[in-house]
Design a binder for this molecule. Structure first.
Ligand code: AKG
Length: 296
């Protein structure tokens, strides 16, 4: 993680449930005690394959993946800057592909989220699609208060768009971090209205943080269509993508909330503004893919 091997003693497995157990789960207890709910096989493998193919076809057009299919092998180069007129418009069109939306906003996830909230739920239209190239990872951070301006019942839904074994840099959560009041207070104190770029990431190395707080970093070998629903108050990030075959790790994350709560208008509508007002152009995915240690 962030270039360092994590010792086995601070790594743990996410508690997992199968989608068939949905009706027996006590969602509020799971969220209170663990801050997340990890569900296997929420989205059918066929739908995930269709979404992967759709995304990687678009990345193939701009020279970033080797083949126009679901494989997702990074070429080590990009012609995106020269090929597309507007990077934000390009990324919005990739993020709004119908097969992708069928996974991230379709009936399968809608049913799970309605059950989770015990009432009709709705999602942000704005979608974070993350093609993680080898060598890259996401630093630890809380999603609160970033997305919590509309509803305080909002959660993140993170979906594995393909196999994401531990070597390929899946999501990591810090066990018990929904009770780290000092870090949560610091996250709340971030001034998003300021002109300075706010520091939302926790810069201490994840292994040291886990040791200092007597806790563990939890992850899993994710399979296509596995979903983790987590609280805005759970510290999370990802492992580094260490794929030797240059496979891109593809995932999405979208915020969901009860439909009866107000929705933050920045993330809704046909052309959502996003956090800064730049729409899809503000996302990391909108930048041409580059890897710090591409070796092919
Ligand atoms: O997938 C990742 O690397 C990070 C995901 C994340 O930060 C989120 O879902 O809020």
């Amino acid at each position: 993680m962030q270039g360092r091997t994590i010792s086995e003693d601070v790594l743990g497995d996410l508690r997992e449930h199968d989608i068939s157990q949905l009706n027996e789960l006590d969602f509020s207890r799971e969220m209170r005690e663990h801050g997340y709910l990890f569900l296997r096989s929420v989205i059918s493998a066929k739908h995930v394959e269709q979404a992967r193919t759709e995304v990687f076809e678009r990345l193939h057009e701009v020279g970033e993946v080797e083949t126009p299919d679901a494989t997702g092998v990074y070429t080590g180069q990009s012609h995106r800057q020269e090929t597309v007129e507007d990077l934000g418009v390009f990324w919005q069109s990739v993020s709004e592909g119908s097969a992708l939306r069928n996974v991230t906003h379709g009936e399968e996830i809608q049913g799970v989220m309605d059950a989770f909230f015990g009432e009709h739920s709705q999602s942000h239209d704005y979608l974070f699609l993350r093609p993680g190239v080898p060598g890259l990872s996401t630093h630890l951070h809380y999603d609160k208060p970033f997305f919590a301006r509309g509803s305080d019942r909002i959660v993140t839904v993170w979906t594995a768009l393909g196999e994401i074994p531990v070597r390929r840099g899946p999501l990591v959560v810090v066990e018990g971090s929904q009770r780290f009041d000092d870090l949560l207070d610091a996250a709340y104190a971030v001034d998003y209205a300021s002109n300075d770029t706010p520091l939302v990431q926790v810069m201490q190395h994840p292994e040291e943080l886990a040791r200092d707080r007597g806790t563990r970093l939890l992850t899993a070998d994710f399979m296509p269509g596995d979903v983790i629903i987590f609280s805005m108050s759970l510290l999370h990030g990802s492992l580094d993508n260490m794929s030797k075959s240059c496979k891109i790790r593809l995932s999405s994350d979208v915020r969901w909330q009860p439909a009866s709560d107000p929705v933050d208008p920045r993330y809704r509508g046909p052309n959502p503004l996003g956090t800064t007002g730049a729409g899809y152009a503000e996302l990391n995915g909108a930048k041409p893919l580059t890897s710090p240690w591409h070796t092919r």
